[in-house]
Every structure is written in C-alpha cells, then in structure tokens.
Design a protein around this ligand. Structure first.
Ligand SMILES: Nc1ncnc2c1ncn2[C@@H]1O[C@H](COP(=O)(O)OP(=O)(O)OP(=O)(O)O)[C@@H](O)[C@H]1O
Length: 282
C-alpha cells in the first residue's frame, strides 16, 4: 500500500471506493452551494447551458442542473466518472435529448430543443462517440454528407478541411470502413467541419484508440481550435484533456462538481484525488 493510500495513525481503514464516494458527495454539495448561474468567462459567450435538467426515461433525470459556458475561441473539456452524464450533456446541447428545464442559448438566442439540422445551420457541429462515419461510403462521400445542406460549397470546404487533415486528400476515394480508428475519427471530425461550424461538440473523440492515435487526435483537436472553432470536448482521458483545454468542467451525477482552467483542475488536490487518479489513462 502506498503512503498516500495507507490509513493514517489510529483512523479506521475506509475502503477507497467508500472514501472516494464520500469525497465526491461533499464535492457535489459544495458545488451546489456555490452554484449561482453560469460562471463568467472572458470574451463573448457563444454557448450557455444554465441549470440543464434532461434525461432519457420519463421522470428519471440524468442531468440534474448542469451548467456550462463556452466563450468565443475557447476549448472547454468535460470530464467525470462513467455515467456522470458527459455524453448526455453534449447530446442535450445538440437537441438529441429534450431539455426538461434550464436554459440553452447560442449567442444569446435560445436553442433548447431545436432539431439537429437547425443547429447545424446555426453553426453547431457534433461528432458522436460511436458510429460517426458511414463505413460503406468513401471518405469524399462522407464529407459530402457533412455539407448536404450547402452542396455547392463542397470544393471550398473540402480544401479547408484537407488543410487541417492532409491525410484525407490522399484517402478521399477509400471506403471509410477500411480506415484505422484514428483515420475514421479524422473523417468524423472533418465531416462536422464541412459546414464551417463556430461551435464543435466532440463526444469522447479518443475512445477506443491506442495511446499513439489518442495523442494525434488531441493534437488535431488543438489544431481545429487554433483555426478558430470553439470546442466542447467530452473526454475519458481526463488528464490529457485538461492539458489542452482552456477550461474544464468535472461532472458528477449530472451536476458540476468542479470548474476551472485546465491548469487549475490538473493541480487541484481534490480533483486529483477524486477524479484524476482513476480517470487518467495517459
Ligand atoms: N439511451 C439511453 N437510455 C437510457 N439511459 C441512458 C441512455 N444513454 C445513457 N443512459 C444513462 O445515462 C447515464 C449517463 O450516461 P452518459 O453516457 O451521459 O455518461 P458519461 O458520463 O458520458 O459516461 P461514459 O464516460 O461511461 O460514456 C448513465 O446512467 C446511462 O446508463
């Protein structure tokens, strides 16, 4: 047993899982007391989710008053334990799950419960965690699907996307199903970028990838952000995510547990003890 996990003199031994659960409960209570609307971020706020309540099954809420802001140009990470509601949060923002209460705005206008195609035309892109490419279509056809609302802009957008992902040019005639996991992720992100979104929602873009490909995806996400796209990224690889994010949110049980800059969260002893120790895989 390491020094950090050894019981202190005289204290009864508490199983790690119980101690962690108690610590998380305290964190959630503290977060609930501190909750007074969306946290201020510098710059113009593009996206605001305020006290969102949402869920899949009637009367069972998965998001229990979750809040998030995204300023122009920011890269915001969302981390937390399995089942915390991270994917549910981005699905709710993208209109795939109804908002039961709370507010959701894009540039100050409500987008709560708008259909996904309406959100796409307002500049929101979304890359789901799984089944995010059409495997029987070529890379080029997948990218055409991304711009089906504005087919005439294909050539121009393809050139812009290929600048970020040069590999896609070389692979444009290949079936997406024949690509590696990392390459498929590139096609999925490329497809969302075809509409030139101002906000990109990424749901665990490194899931299922080897560490080498995870690293490439993190670099690509950083490059997309540097090209001017504001990003909300849900990630299981918490430590690596916080390293590239401007700000991060730790979700737990559908609520905000901790919020801060990536640096602050990476060095917060509570976040390290309760969330990063078990979540970080890098
Ligand atoms: N389609 C669904 N129908 C009913 N419940 C669901 C559905 N999808 C997810 N849930 C439940 O919602 C809760 C939150 O799931 P969600 O996928 O948002 O968590 P997460 O934080 O993204 O976790 P993970 O890191 O494991 O993906 C879980 O309890 C899950 O079982």
């Amino acid at each position: 047993m390491s020094e950090e996990t050894a019981p202190r003199g005289g204290e009864p031994e508490v199983p790690d899982a119980v101690a962690a659960a108690e610590g998380r409960a305290e964190a959630l209570e503290r977060a609930a007391r501190a909750q007074d609307g969306p946290d201020p971020a510098s710059g113009e706020l593009l996206l605001v989710a305020d006290e969102l309540v949402a869920g899949y099954i009637p009367e069972v809420n998965i998001l229990n008053g979750c809040s998030l802001t995204l300023a122009e140009g920011e890269l915001v990470g969302v981390i937390g334990p399995n089942g915390a509601g991270k994917s549910t949060l981005v699905k709710t923002i993208f209109g795939l799950i109804p908002v039961r209460s709370g507010a959701l705005t894009l540039r100050g206008a409500s987008i709560a419960n708008l259909a996904a195609n309406e959100l796409v035309s307002r500049g929101v892109g979304y890359v789901p965690q799984t089944q995010n490419v059409f495997p029987s279509l070529t890379v080029e056809e997948n990218l055409q699907m991304g711009v089906y609302l504005r087919p005439r802009s294909f050539a121009e957008r393809f050139a812009a996307v290929a600048e970020l992902f040069p590999l896609l040019s070389g692979r444009r005639g290949q079936k997406a199903g024949a690509l590696s996991g990392g390459e498929r992720q590139m096609v999925a992100m490329g497809r969302a970028l075809m509409m030139n979104p101002s906000v990109l929602l990424l749901d665990e873009p490194t899931a299922g990838l080897s560490p080498k490909f995870q690293d490439e995806v993190f670099q690509q996400v950083h490059a997309i952000n540097q090209s001017g796209v504001s990003i909300v990224m849900v990630e299981q690889n918490a430590r690596r995510c916080l390293q590239i994010c401007d700000r991060g949110y730790v979700l737990d049980q559908g609520r905000n547990a901790y919020t801060g800059t990536g640096e602050q969260l990476l060095h917060d002893p509570n976040v390290i003890e309760l969330y990063l120790g078990t979540l970080a895989t890098a």
